[in-house]
Design a protein around this ligand. Structure first.
Ligand code: AMP
Ligand code: MG
Length: 430
């Protein structure tokens, strides 16, 4: 097991010096300090832009809207004339549908106008059709007094010419992409996708599909980590190459790392980063580059390795996550996600764990750990939080059941009714 002391071996000193646990914030700051954001830029069509990181500020070459226009179907009027009109009302002098440019409004008349159509010169308001009476001759009386400017969308009220609509470093969402289209951009500069090599370590691992459940050899398990890690990486815009399962052998591990380092920005592994005899990740990375092995003061997810794998023209980053699935999942969210975001050029407006809500615990947690804990919880319709009964780092069901994590400070007991910090998973998975 990854978190228990083990007897000395050739790779572990006979007398182990226990380093103090590293607080998460310190670990994250040190990890991010190793990152230089990727500056390689490529052009993509808007159709392919979702989730990509914008490489340069998008500055508008025009006002949006480009002209004053009606926000209603109704009548364009001159307010003073409409107010002064006799009981007979005013005749309709023209009809202006969207996409057509009308003539200046003739005095003592109104114009039939539709949503999105340009406001004719001399008109200063639009009266919605429900607020007008139209007689059998087609003359229009404004029933509800009109106010100058009403129902007019002003030129440039959405975007002013020369303003930046989406800043460089933004990970693009559908709404950003719509805004880019509204200023006439068809293709945009984005940071190239990061290339990530993914590997699972452990002789016990079998890929689903390789062997049917009934035929799993004794002691074997299906590998799950690489599956959720691949999808978490893809949601962050990465190109993922899954190298599959590595056996617990130093030579095989070194061989795979050497190959993966050649053309990837990051080599990400799970398992094999504790100090057991079967953990070959550490010596393999050390022989090919440089490694720091940290004990981070979080639960789940204490062991964490990072460093680099050298190649002729530079180096690939290396990150080793713990093998226990929940530890792997949580350390990805709190450390690898911000790491990838920085490496991919994303400028984050939010903190590393996204939006944190203060909600009420509907559970007791009387025996907290001395490490900062991330408890798997579910929020009910009233906003109260319920705890998944088994918080073991091997129980992936806890994550699938949960819709968030309680970020619990070291040593902090929780009693039902206490206010706790809730991190919605929906923020962390995108
Ligand atoms: P390790 O960090 O290699 O000591 O592994 C810790 C625990 O995580 C062991 O019970 C492993 O069997 C399990 N584990 C390691 N890798 C995976 C994986 N890819 N999928 C599921 N469980 C894993
Ligand atoms: Mg292992």
């Amino acid at each position: 097991m990854s978190e228990q002391p083990i007897p000395p071996t050739s790779q572990t000193p006979a007398v182990r010096s226990f380093k103090p646990l590293k607080p998460l914030d310190v670990a994250l700051a040190e990890l991010l300090a190793t990152v230089t954001p990727c500056h390689d830029v490529e052009m993509v069509d808007l159709a392919d832009a979702d989730g990509r990181v914008l490489a340069r500020d998008a500055v508008s070459a025009l006002d949006v809207p480009g002209f004053d226009n009606s926000s209603m179907d109704g009548y364009a009027v001159c307010v003073a004339e409409a107010a002064a009109a006799s009981e007979q009302g005013l005749p309709v002098s023209q009809r202006i549908p969207a996409g057509h440019f009308g003539a200046p409004l003739a005095s003592e008349t109104v114009a039939r106008i539709f949503t999105g159509a340009p406001i004719p010169e001399h008109a200063d308001a639009v009266v919605m059709q429900e607020e007008c009476a139209v007689d059998e001759l087609g003359r229009v009386t404004v029933v509800v007094p009109a106010r100058v400017g009403q129902n007019i969308r002003r030129r440039g009220e959405d975007v002013g010419q020369g303003t930046c609509v989406v800043a460089a470093g933004t990970r693009l969402r559908p709404d950003h992409i719509g805004l880019l289209a509204s200023i006439g951009q068809a293709s945009i500069p984005v940071v190239r996708r990061l290339r990530v090599a993914l590997m699972s370590t452990g002789d016990e691992l079998i890929l689903p599909g390789q062997v049917a459940p009934a035929d799993l050899p004794p002691g074997a398990i299906y590998s799950s980590n690489a599956f959720f890690l691949a999808h978490l990486l893809k949601r962050l815009g990465c190109e993922v190459h899954d190298f599959g399962n590595l056996p617990d052998s130093l030579e095989a591990t070194k061989h795979a790392f050497r190959e993966a380092a050649q053309n990837h920005d990051l080599v990400l592994t799970s398992g094999g980063v504790s100090v057991g005899e079967e953990d070959h990740v550490k010596p393999a990375v050390q022989s090919l580059g440089q490694l720091d092995l940290w004990s981070i003061a979080i639960k789940p997810g204490k062991p964490f390795a990072h460093g680099r794998l050298d190649r002729a023209d530079g180096a690939a980053h290396f990150i080793g996550l713990p093998g226990n699935p929940v530890s792997s999942f949580v350390t990805f969210l709190v450390l690898v996600r911000p790491f990838i975001q920085k490496l991919s050029g994303q400028v984050r407006a939010e903190g590393p764990v996204g939006e944190a809500l203060q909600l009420t615990a509907n559970f007791d947690w009387p025996k907290p750990d001395k490490r900062r804990e991330f408890l798997r919880v579910r929020r009910d319709a009233t906003g109260q939080l319920h705890l998944f009964a088994n918080q073991s780092s091997g129980v992936l069901t806890s994550v699938a059941w949960a819709d968030g994590l309680v970020d619990n400070p070291p040593g902090q007991a929780i009693a039902k009714g206490d206010t706790v910090t809730f991190l919605p998973l929906s923020n962390l998975l995108g």
